[in-house]
Design a protein around this ligand. Structure first.
Ligand SMILES: *Cc1c(COP(=O)(O)O)cnc(C)c1O
Length: 467
């Protein structure tokens, strides 16, 4: 399988190449040169297959010759053996025609683990083959940092340095990062805000000699391998509800558009998905686009579902490329226009293509709290704020549509104890394997908001581990 950039001016690469490259050199995102198309018989052959095996088989066409199938199988089995539920991504029925698919049984209790746990191993495998080491540098407001750290901890060829704004992440989030003891992990508590952390990371990437010396890399959600590794749970969920003989729909709590793009990809491969609901909080740019072809950036507003507090959904570019008949010049033009003006003009034909599959939905904080309360009272189900928005979206769709609908449950409720307490009056306990999180010792280094000081920390981590 070969991959091309949505903007058409970067080298064509294989799977290992796009895994290591992340963003394409022309600013675009890598997408498959052609989509694998599976028949009903192909999907049926996956019925009853264990999740780890299913992942290996679904990923095989995307991985191609980059990794031998037996190795891919072994990595998938190792990855998902560490999850807290034997089905890995189980379905829970909430109502007639409505299910939640729980994607939060990984080490950090959020859906990012579903892909990142595998990506860490894929990186390590590919780097070992070529004898390379890399340094992952990331900034986090709390949520993604822990998933990246858990993905890279103890990987032989990776060092990871994560910057978080000191005192500005929740205690659970901080502890999930700082209690990891692996020696290739370095947590830096920066005296500053999340934006400062992001600016510092950008500055490190912009410092070309430093970037080359330390072989800086990223595991962010624009990496194609992350999208690919999210396709299998849509397959598993749909098969469990009778696909390919029955159609299903999914409702996806959306921020950077990576999760819903994986669902779209599964549909593109031939999985019979009738509808995808893009669920958002008050930061509803995609919902506004789908409702009225209005793609206009607004300021990000904080909400109870912080992982969806995003105005520019980076993976939207991959969808746009498809909507524009895979025309790289048109995609580049639309994206550059959007960056420059805060508005994207999408043709009527392209917009209608989008709305044929995707529906928008948005819910404000009051509605989210009410949905958490309702789910607990009526279904005895505790949903985190992101999941609650997904379930509300699934209900809205199922009412009009009548197809079995699966809401993606993207975080464990214990990750957002304040929002849950506000809705139902108590704080949800952490699952047993994390119950001692508050007793574990923390490891982090306080640093000033100073590029040179932080670069020195990154270098020291890498030198220590290379020794
Ligand atoms: C990252 C995240 C999302 C958003 O997923 P995207 O792929 O960025 O759209 C939703 N919910 C939770 C809990 C997340 O961590």
């Amino acid at each position: 399988m070969r991959y091309i950039s949505t903007r058409g001016q970067a080298p064509v690469r294989d799977f290992a190449g796009v895994l290591l490259a992340g963003l394409a050199e022309d600013g675009g995102l890598y997408v498959p040169e052609t989509w694998p198309e599976w028949s009903h018989a192909d999907w049926r052959a996956l019925r009853g297959v264990h999740y780890a095996e299913l992942v290996a088989r679904v990923l095989q066409p995307f991985v191609g010759a980059s990794i031998p199938f037996a190795v891919l199988q072994k990595l998938c089995h190792e990855t998902y053996a560490g999850f807290g539920h034997p089905a890995v991504a189980p379905l829970v029925q909430l109502d007639t025609g409505i299910w939640a698919q729980e994607l939060f049984h990984g080490p950090t209790l959020a859906f990012k683990d579903m892909a990142l746990q595998l990506i860490g191993r894929l990186f390590d495998h590919v780097l070992t083959q070529t004898g390379q080491r890399i340094t992952i540098v990331a900034a986090t407001s709390g949520d993604t940092g822990s998933a990246a750290i858990e993905a890279c901890a103890d990987r032989a060829c990776i060092d990871i340095v994560v910057l978080h704004p000191e005192g500005r992440t929740s205690e659970v989030q901080r502890r999930q990062m700082t209690t990891v003891t692996a020696r290739n992990v370095c947590n830096l508590a920066v005296a500053g805000t999340f934006d400062d952390c992001q600016d510092l990371v950008k500055a490190m990437f912009a410092d070309a000699p430093f970037r080359a010396e330390l072989r800086l890399s990223a595991v962010n959600s624009i990496n194609w391998a992350r999208i690919a590794a999210q396709i299998p749970y849509y397959v598993a969920g749909a098969l469990a509800l009778g696909a390919p003989d029955n159609e299903v729909a999914f409702a996806v709590p959306t921020g950077n558009f990576g999760n819903v793009l994986a669902a779209w990809s599964a549909r593109r491969m031939g999985l019979p998905i009738t509808r995808l609901v893009v669920a958002s909080n008050r930061n509803d740019i995609v919902a506004r686009f789908l409702a009225a072809n209005d793609m206009t950036m607004r300021a990000v507003e904080p909400s109870l579902s912080p992982s969806m507090d995003i105005q520019v959904s980076s993976n939207f570019e991959r969808l746009l490329f498809e909507l524009l008949d895979r025309d790289p010049a048109a995609t580049r033009h639309a994206m550059e226009d959007f960056r420059a003006t805060g508005h994207m003009a999408v043709s009527d034909i392209a917009w209608k293509r989008a709305t044929g599959v995707l529906h928008g939905f948005s819910l404000d904080d009051a509605g989210t709290t009410a949905e958490i309360r309702r789910l607990y009272a009526e279904c005895d189900y505790l949903a985190d704020p992101h999941t609650a928005i997904g379930i509300a979206a699934a209900r809205a769709l199922a009412c009009s549509h009548g197809v079995p609908t699966i809401a993606m449950a993207t975080a464990h409720p214990a990750k957002f104890p304040d929002a849950i307490e506000q809705a139902v009056g108590f704080r949800p306990p952490l699952p047993p394997r994390l119950a001692d999180l508050y007793d574990r010792s923390e490891h982090f280094t306080r640093v000033p908001r100073d590029l040179a000081a932080i670069q020195a920390c990154v270098r020291a981590t890498v030198l220590r581990n290379a020794a």
